[in-house]
Write a protein that binds this ligand. Structure first.
Ligand SMILES: [Zn+2]
Length: 318
C-alpha cells in the first residue's frame, strides 16, 4: 500500500492528511497559514505540517508523493503561482522550487479549488463522471472543469474562474476589473450586494431589523437561518442567487456541452432555497435536450475534498 500527503492551503489554515490508495485519511495535521505574515512564515508553517504527517508516511508503506493545493492562480505545469487573493507576496512565485528546497522533495501543486474538484471526482459527488464542472460558492466563487478525469487548466492555469462569468453587463463593479460578474451575486459577497440593491420595502426593513447589524456584517448563515424561519426577504435573496447561478451555468453548459455540475461551498446548506430557481433558469437558456439530461448535485466531501483531491493527483488517478 502506498501513501500520499495531501495539503489544502487556505487564507486561514493549512490542513493536511496522509491518505491511502482507498482514500482513507490516516492522519491529519493543521496549522494556521497566517497569510498576512508573508511567504517565509507560510513556508515554515507548511514544513511543520508536512513534518508532522511525515512521521506516519515515512518508511514502509511507501510515501508516493506530496501534493499541495494553493489558493490563487496556479500553473501546475510550470510550478508557478501568479497571484493569490490571500497572500500578497505570492507574485509570479516559483512555488514548486521553493517548496522542493524546503521539503527535500518535489511536490505537485495546483489551485486549491481544482484539488477539491478532483476529490469529488475520486470519492464524492462526481464519482464515475469523466466530465463535469464544479462551482464552489463561498466568500467568493471557485471551481474547476474536468475533462476525461483531468482538470482543464487553460493556457497558464486561469481556467475555471467561474466567478467572473458575466451575468449582468451593467452590474456592479468586480475586483477583477469587470462588472456584473457571477461572484457579485451568487456568493457571500454577492448576497450583501443583493441586500444593498434590493428596493426599500417593508420586507427588507423587517429583514434588516431581524439581522440587527450593518449589511457588511450579515453572513450567509444568518440569511439561511432567516430563510428557514420563513422570512420572505431572506427567501427572495436565495432565489436571486439561484437565478444568477442558473444564468451562469447555462453559459457554461452551452459552451462546454457538459451535462453534470457539482455545487459546493458554504451555500450548499441553503440548497432547497436556490436550486429550483437555478434549474429553471438553466432550462430556459439551454437546448431542451441538454436541459433534460442535466444533473446538478451538491458536493459530498465537505472540507476533506481538497486533501483527497491532492492525494488523487499523487496517485495519478487524475
Ligand atoms: Zn469579476
Amino acid at each position: 500500500m502506498t501513501l500520499a500527503i495531501g495539503i489544502d492551503v487556505g487564507g486561514t489554515n493549512i490542513r493536511g492528511g496522509v491518505v491511502d490508495e482507498t482514500g482513507k485519511i490516516l492522519k491529519r495535521a493543521r496549522l494556521s497559514s497566517d497569510s498576512r505574515l508573508g511567504k517565509g512564515h507560510f513556508l515554515n508553517q507548511l514544513k511543520k505540517v508536512v513534518d508532522e504527517l511525515g512521521v506516519v508516511a515515512a518508511g514502509p508503506p511507501l510515501l508516493q508523493g506530496i501534493a499541495i493545493g494553493l489558493p490563487g492562480i496556479v500553473d501546475p505545469a510550470q510550478g508557478i503561482v501568479y497571484a493569490s487573493p490571500h497572500f500578497e507576496d505570492w507574485k509570479n512565485w516559483n512555488a514548486v522550487n521553493d517548496i522542493e528546497k524546503l521539503l527535500g522533495r518535489r511536490p505537485e501543486i495546483d489551485n486549491d479549488a481544482n484539488f477539491a474538484v478532483l476529490g469529488e471526482g475520486w470519492l464524492g459527488a462526481a464519482k464515475e463522471w469523466p466530465h463535469y464542472l464544479m462551482i464552489t460558492l463561498g466568500t467568493g466563487i471557485g471551481g474547476g472543469i474536468v475533462i476525461d478525469k483531468k482538470v482543464w487548466h487553460g493556457d497558464r492555469g486561469f481556467a475555471g474562474e467561474f466567478g467572473h462569468i458575466i451575468v449582468e453587463t451593467e452590474g456592479p463593479r468586480c475586483f477583477c476589473g469587470g462588472r456584473g460578474c457571477l461572484e457579485m451575486f451568487a456568493s457571500a459577497t454577492g448576497l450583501k450586494i443583493l441586500i444593498e440593491e434590493a428596493p426599500e420595502a417593508i420586507d427588507k426593513r423587517d429583514f434588516l431589523r431581524l439581522c440587527d447589524k450593518e449589511i457588511e456584517g450579515i453572513t450567509m448563515e444568518e440569511v439561511y437561518r432567516l430563510a428557514q424561519d420563513g422570512n420572505s426577504f431572506a427567501i427572495s435573496l436565495f432565489k436571486r442567487v439561484g437565478f444568477y447561478l442558473g444564468v451562469g451555468i447555462a453559459s457554461l453548459v452551452n459552451t462546454l456541452g457538459m451535462e453534470r455540475v457539482v455545487i459546493g461551498g458554504g451555500i450548499r446548506a441553503a440548497w432547497d432555497f436556490f436550486i429550483g430557481e437555478a434549474k429553471k433558469e438553466v432550462g430556459k437558456r439551454t437546448y431542451k435536450e441538454t436541459a433534460a439530461r442535466l444533473q446538478i448535485v451538491p458536493s459530498a466531501l465537505g472540507d476533506d475534498a481538497g486533501i483527497l483531491g491532492a492525494a488523487a493527483r499523487v496517485f495519478t488517478l487524475s
